[in-house]
Each structure stands twice: as C-alpha cells, then as structure tokens.
Design a binder for this molecule. Structure first.
Ligand code: ATP
Length: 261
C-alpha cells in the first residue's frame, strides 16, 4: 500500500536518516519506536511531503505520493501531528468538519454525509460535549482528541499518528488504543509513533525500531521489543530494565506471524 524506498532527509548538513526503506501494508497497525531525536517525526513528515526529502521515493498504491496534488494526498493519508498550534478558535465541530473537506477541490459547504462523518468521529472520540467549544480554549489532551477525530473524519485508508496518546489521561489512552486496533478490522493501515513499548505490544501488529538514522528491527512487537533490544535502544542497563520486565498481560497474543509476513 505504501512503499518508502531509499528515503533520506535531514535538517542541516547531516542526514537524520539515510536510504531508509519501509513498507506498510493494508490493515497493518505499525508502531514506530526509538529514542528522542532519532528521527521518527522527520520520517513521518518527509514521507507526507511536509518536509523536503534529499533522495528516495514514497509510493502509495504504486503511484509517486510526492507528485500527487494536495487533494489526492489528503484522500490517501491523514495525519495527527505531535504539535499543533492554531491561532483561531474554531469550534470543535468545525475543526472536525475540516477533516471531511480535506481532499475536496474548492470551497463548498459540507454535505449531509460530511456532517454524519464528523458527528461519528466526535462520538467515537467521546468529545460530543466539546462540540461548540473553541479549539484554542481546550486542554492539551482535549485538543489531541479533536485532532484524532479530525483525522478519522478524513476517512483515509492510511493514518499517520505522531505520539497519539501524548497528553491523554489513562482512560483515554486505553480507549484510543482500542480504537486504533479497531481500525485494522476496517482494513485501514496505521503508522503511529510511541515512547511506550507496552502500547506497541498491546496494539500494534508490527513494531519498527529506529536508531542512528536506520531501522534497527522490524517484526512482531513481542519479537522486536525484547528487553535486550530496548536496553540498546534507550541506553538502559540490566538493573533499570531487568529480564522479564513485561508482564504477559501487556502482550497481545492475537498477533500472528502472518500479521508481519
Ligand atoms: N526544525 C528543526 N531544525 C533543525 N533540526 C531539527 C528540527 N527538527 C528536528 N531536528 C533534529 O532532527 C533530529 C530528529 O528529530 P525528530 O523530531 O524527527 O526526532 P523524534 O524521533 O521524532 O524525536 P522525539 O521522540 O523527541 O519526538 C533531532 O536531532 C532534532 O534535533
């Protein structure tokens, strides 16, 4: 579905990542992990065409994603960014409706189907009660829920989420992870970054770790996120991250080898 081939990008003279390859298939829930500053956000933004690449290509359904117009791109991939600043306090319902308009040419009034999509997204994220509140007056976690609702209302086959549980309370984190899992049954593909290996273990069908501008490991979460690898990735010793650190309750044993075949 999406094929990132030999992609390189950076912010100054040095590349953040070089010649990176990554394929995301239909119905995969892929979790991207790595230490602060390893390049997860830069990778997502470069793949989306929001940050300039230095080499390589990104294809979606065998078509060059970066050569598509903004509308085509918006129909294929929605994005929940890590940081989002908005100067104008649009009411929450308008923010979510904006998701339904991404990918449509010209300005037009949202139609009944768009409104239904937006209403469903509000309900799914349990933020119906915030519908008339100005976005700029919401708490960080509430804004995050609105951004996720907006991405869901965009109704794309692929969703990129950059630390989607950031700022969410314990209950909302669990509910969001459950929703991400349910996107798989709708055939959607999700690529989400996280600093919480347990989220990848419980939710993702595949985990990818990044280190030194490269993919370090790629496979089933329970194979990739072994404590030995996490010690290397996050510079921890055996005392800080002992063997047997993960209680089995964290691990989604429904993930099969076929999920990452
Ligand atoms: N606007 C920028 N200008 C210059 N350097 C940048 C910029 N944004 C990021 N970088 C650098 O690029 C590297 C990768 O940053 P990036 O935000 O992609 O990492 P990350 O893995 O998403 O980090 P985190 O887990 O902390 O969110 C870091 O060394 C960072 O300092």
């Amino acid at each position: 579905m999406i094929k990132i081939h030999q992609l390189s990008a950076g912010h100054d003279s040095a590349n953040v990542f070089s010649n990176l390859n990554l394929t995301l298939r239909e119905g995969e829930i892929v979790s991207l992990l790595g230490a602060n500053g390893c390049g997860k956000t830069t990778l997502l933004r470069t793949a989306l065409g929001l940050h300039p690449k230095r080499s390589g290509s990104v294809k979606v359904n065998n078509q060059d994603f970066h050569r598509m117009d903004a509308g085509q791109r918006a129909r294929l991939i929605s994005y929940v960014p890590q940081y989002h600043r908005l100067a104008f306090g649009y009411p929450v319902i308008e923010m979510v409706l904006m998701g339904t308009q991404a990918g449509k040419s010209g300005w037009r009034r949202p139609n009944a189907a768009d409104r239904e999509n937006a209403e469903n997204a509000l309900e799914l994220m349990n933020i119906d009660h915030l519908r008339n509140r100005p976005y700029t007056q919401l708490s960080g976690g509430q804004r995050q829920l609105v951004l996720i609702a907006r991405a869901l209302a965009q109704n794309t086959p692929i969703i990129f989420m950059d630390e989607p549980t950031n700022g969410l309370d314990f209950g909302n984190q669990i509910k969001l992870l459950e929703k991400i899992r349910s996107l798989k049954s709708q055939g959607k593909s999700v690529l989400f970054t996280t600093h919480h290996p347990e989220q990848a273990l419980s939710t993702a069908t595949r985990a990818i770790s990044m280190r030194n501008g490269q993919i370090a490991k790629d496979g089933r979460p329970r194979d990739v996120l072994q404590v030995e690898h996490l010690r290397e990735l996050y510079q921890l010793d055996e005392r800080q991250l002992p063997d047997g650190y993960w209680p089995t309750s964290f691990i989604n044993t429904n993930t099969t080898r076929q999920d990452v075949a």
